[in-house]
Design a protein around this ligand. Structure first.
Ligand code: SER
Length: 316
């Protein structure tokens, strides 16, 4: 039986991942770990919640013991934008915290750890179009540095200590339940909220900025499918490229305008433009497709239709 701890369960991905895992494995078998931010009402009502800050090794170990955890989805992280404002905090959470998770898995012989990486692992020297699986990893952000180091450390733990750890390089994730916090790709979520509520949006990157993106249902399906893949089919472990769709802000605005014609978008690039410019525009995810059958379901128009249908009754 699986007993799963999801760290970062108040965050953008964690908050939805908990619910999907509870549906699949049973409410009581999925523990929502949070730090300071309380999780959503539906998480609190549907199953166990535990204060579990991954930088606090004792608290992490106690949680794992208390609930007899065998699998950790480590979704606690500081993203790229906040990471540039607070680089030492990003290192502490993304590296020291992650290392605690790995040590916990090694010492307690857990079945599996899932730890997302990101397109932030790439940098300006990386080919930006159809970015290969094996390529230059020289990020310029602290977030990216921790993601590359995390991929390498995870792979090391797999080979050296036989800890079954796996991860995907997520693109920007777009979702309707919880706002992302402190990332560079956050504009692609904020634009929907602002379009519905105010009919206008001021974007912090240029209109021609193209980044790889993914809709949340695909992001969740992907990480769970990878977790369930037989280990002997995997040649990679912690660093799977994972593509879905790529578009400019202008393309996204035009897609939203099909539903909300009055939308006006203005552009005021800030420090996050340089981060976006250092990341790929599209991703070659052949390894994920071949090794564990990755295929996304949503494109920009089906995602936009779904986002607007979900958000409009809540925000209007
Ligand atoms: N969405 C993340 C960020 O913008 C990238 O992984 O920081």
């Amino acid at each position: 039986m699986k007993r799963i701890l999801v760290t970062g369960s108040a965050g953008q991905i964690g908050s939805e991942l908990v619910m999907v895992l509870r549906e699949k494995y049973g409410n009581d078998n999925v523990i929502a770990g949070t730090n300071r931010t309380p999780p959503s009402e539906r998480i609190k009502k549907s199953g166990p919640v535990e204060v579990c800050n991954i930088t606090n090794k004792e608290q992490l170990y106690e949680t794992v013991d208390k609930y007899d955890i065998d699998t950790i989805y480590n979704m606690a992280a500081i993203l790229s934008g906040v990471g540039e404002q607070r680089p030492l905090l990003a290192w502490k959470v993304n590296m020291d915290g992650f290392h605690n998770v790995l040590e916990c898995a090694r010492e307690k012989e857990l079945v599996r750890v899932m730890n997302p990486s990101s397109i932030a692992a790439f940098g300006p020297e990386t080919p930006r179009m159809n970015t290969p699986q094996e390529t230059v990893l020289k990020p310029r952000t602290m977030y990216g540095v921790t993601k590359v180091a995390g991929e390498l450390l995870g792979d090391y733990y797999f080979r050296k200590f036989n800890v079954d750890i796996r991860g995907v390089r997520y693109p920007g994730i777009i979702s309707s339940e919880t706002l992302p916090g402190g990332g560079t790709t956050d504009y692609a979520v904020a634009i929907y909220y602002e379009a519905i509520q105010h009919g206008k949006y001021e974007c912090f990157v240029r209109e021609d900025t193209v980044l790889p993106m993914m809709y949340m249902p695909d992001a969740l399906k992907g990480i769970i499918d990878l977790a369930e893949a037989p280990v002997d089919t995997l040649k990679h472990h912690c660093d799977f490229n994972m593509g879905s769709m790529s578009f400019s802000v202008k393309d996204l605005a035009n897609e939203i305008k099909k539903h909300i014609p009055e939308l006006e978008v203005t552009y005021k690039p800030d420090y996050r433009q340089a981060i976006a410019d250092s990341w790929p525009q599209s991703i070659d995810d052949t390894s994920a497709r071949e090794e564990w059958g990755w295929t996304p379901s949503f494109d920009i128009s089906s995602m936009t239709k779904d986002m607007i249908e979900k958000l409009t009754p809540r925000l209007k």
